[in-house]
Design a protein. Structure first.
Length: 251
């Protein structure tokens, strides 16, 4: 028997989206994971960027048990999460032309690296410019977005393009415009966003692919272990030492 409570309906919606991602994005997930594996094998560095709530999925990849030690957070001041006050400033900064270029030109990214850019709508100046400028620097770009926004909204970038138009590989989260899975006659606005759940799972599928591809090539994936299990800190210390020149969140 299905659960028709709001909680049950939301979980069903999230599961349905995850199944769609599994079935419809398998080829792109494989391509993204292989791109990251190629980058690691060639001595490149890995970075992830997301603004606002999209930053949650980016942060989920960085310095975590079971994750790739080489994934670094590319932070844009005022846009990482909702810690800036007022929180609405973060949304305003996403629409500022030139900000992404300034950040990238001051960052450690270089030719041969890979950058994951996460933006649900993919319409704002910051993520679009981030992808455009990164590629001019010789950085390979994986975009994670909801492709539906490209037909349901208009771009806020001067080029009129969306994030999906400026990447080497695009992963579609399948999230509907507005990011709210539920409606009720008794509630004035749609509610229950699923983008964080789906985007985080989508990217962890990519990371799993990367680890698998490296292992298949005879390369030990640079993975971190939990610091809350015996030997975890010692294991991580060896990884940090071995890849010190490619890890930036410890500097």
């Amino acid at each position: 028997m299905s659960d028709r409570t709001p909680a049950g309906q939301f979980l069903d919606a999230a599961i349905g989206l995850l199944q769609r991602v599994r079935d419809e994005e398998a080829e792109q997930i494989a391509a993204a994971g292989t791109l990251l594996a190629d980058t690691v094998a060639a001595g490149g560095r890995l970075f992830a960027f997301g603004a606002g709530h999209s930053s949650l999925a980016a942060q989920d990849l960085v310095y975590r048990a079971g994750g790739l030690a080489l994934m670094n957070l590319l932070a844009v001041p005022g846009t990482v999460g909702v810690d800036v006050v007022p929180a609405t400033l973060g949304s305003a900064l996403e629409r500022v032309d030139g900000l992404a270029t300034a950040v990238l030109d001051s960052s450690p990214l270089r030719s041969g690296d890979a950058l994951v850019v996460i933006s649900l709508s993919g319409r704002n100046a910051l993520p679009v410019e981030m992808a455009v400028h990164a590629r001019t620097l010789g950085v390979r770009v994986i975009g994670v977005t909801s492709v539906a926004y490209a037909t349901g909204t208009t771009s806020r970038h001067a080029s009129g393009t969306f994030l999906k138009d400026q990447c080497d590989i695009v992963l579609d989260s399948k999230i509907a415009v507005g990011d709210a899975e539920l409606t009720l006659d008794t509630v004035a606005a749609p509610f229950a966003p699923a983008s964080t759940v789906v985007t985080a799972a989508l990217l962890q599928a990519v990371m799993a692919t990367t680890a698998g591809v490296l292992a298949d090539r005879g390369i030990e994936p640079p993975l971190l272990r939990s610091g809350n299990v015996d030997g975890g800190h010692e294991w991580n210390g060896r990884i940090f030492d071995r890849y010190a020149d490619r890890i930036f969140y410890r500097h």
